[in-house]
Design a protein around this ligand. Structure first.
Ligand code: F6P
Length: 365
């Protein structure tokens, strides 16, 4: 039977994430079985601009077979370059979305598989509404997408933070210090919450719960320093004390078109705690992009592989505005609109938060 889908494009958009390459690999391997060609598009939607579309290349199984454990993305990515609000040299902003749709047509793409977070999928949805068939694959280490139970890359990030806490604990105990560890998590505190539970933090500060320096200091003084002889605090970059907004980083280099860059939540926490705990030594560590680079853990490789396989199947089946979603035990296909519906935040009343509190962890309130 002649199939309508002969060729699909695949791109990665937004911040990179361990497991992106494993998705690309699965897309190519499954499409090979289905007799569908795969074109790798570079740097997200940027690679579908007329000036760069020439860099798009066919991907075959030998190109991707080794990618299961490779961090980053062989396709490149960008957190800028929205074709609907494209920043031209000189600063003017233009809608170049039709150029993207035309480039996809010239490349004879019957669908584009867009691997990305809410920003990338919002662009993908608008392109789909203008006629470009899209199958999205949800991605973020922050794990804050409502459309899917969990995202690949999250487990790896949590493991990295957990390893860091294990290391900080021994030096904290040796010096009887309070160690503050700043981790990623712009809107949602999932990384801080999971890693704090896994790594034995005394305090976990997340964006969803404005925190009180007096309360946190009390817990550190009594439960941490007095009983354990040291203190471990995990703070998400988006967390802020009551009455304040999240700290923005002092950035160097180009940032035009990028969302505000967060950073400094750990330092701010240390400052406020030092006012209440003047006799304690406090040190701050910022993990930053260490959480995003490198080898994905096994569960992220499995999830990425299953999402990539399902995305290839969905594209082949003629889905035009869809998202593959992990709804254990299966990956299912849902409307792409689900991807941009709402973020998945930590519910302060949820059982996992209660369990944290019930094992003596302070959530800052
Ligand atoms: O969304 C994932 C994330 O890692 C956030 O936690 C963080 O705020 C952001 O990306 C950092 O992005 P970039 O690497 O572009 O500065």
């Amino acid at each position: 039977v002649a199939r309508a889908v002969h060729r699909v494009g695949v791109l990665t958009g937004g911040g990179d994430c361990p497991g992106l390459n494993a998705v690309v690999r699965a897309v190519v391997l499954r499409c090979d079985q289905l007799g569908v060609e795969v074109v790798g598009i570079e740097d997200g939607f940027e690679g579908l601009m007329p000036e760069t579309e020439g860099r798009a290349r066919l991907l075959t199984p030998p190109d991707v077979i080794h990618l299961l454990d490779q961090g980053g993305t062989i396709l490149g990515t960008t957190s800028r370059g929205n074709p609907f609000e494209y920043r031209m040299d000189g600063g003017a902003v233009r809608d170049r979305s039709q150029e993207v749709i035309d480039a996809a047509a010239r490349l004879r793409l019957d669908a584009v598989i867009t691997i990305g977070g809410d920003g990338t999928q919002a662009i993908a949805l608008e392109l789909a509404e203008r006629g470009l068939p899209v199958v999205g694959v949800p991605k973020t280490i922050d794990n804050d997408l409502a459309a899917t139970y969990e995202t690949f890359g999250f487990a790896t990030a949590v493991q990295v933070v957990c390893d860091a806490l294990d290391r900080l604990r021994t030096t904290a105990a040796s010096h009887e210090r309070i160690m503050v560890l700043e981790v990623m998590g712009r809107h949602a505190g999932w990384i801080a919450l999971h890693s704090g539970l896994a790594g034995g933090a005394h305090v976990i500060l997340i964006p969803e719960i404005p925190w009180d320096p007096g309360k946190v200091a009390g817990v550190l003084r009594e439960r941490a320093m007095r009983r354990a002889g040291f203190g471990l605090v995990v703070v998400a970059e988006g967390a802020a004390p009551r009455g304040e907004t999240p700290q923005q980083a002092q950035v160097v280099g180009a940032t035009a078109g990028h969302a505000p860059i967060l950073g400094g939540a750990g330092r701010r926490a240390a400052e406020l705690l030092a006012e209440v705990l003047p006799d304690h030594e406090i040190r701050v560590t910022v993990l930053g992009h260490l959480q995003r680079g490198g080898t994905p853990v096994a569960s992220d490789r499995i999830l990425a592989t299953r999402l990539g396989t399902a995305a290839a199947d969905a594209a082949w089946a003629g889905e035009r505005k869809a998202l593959v979603s992990w709804q254990p035990p299966d990956v299912v296909v849902v409307p792409l609109t689900d991807a941009v519906r709402r973020p998945r935040l930590v519910d302060p009343g949820s059982q996992i938060v209660r369990h944290a509190r019930e094992t003596g962890i302070c959530l800052g309130d």
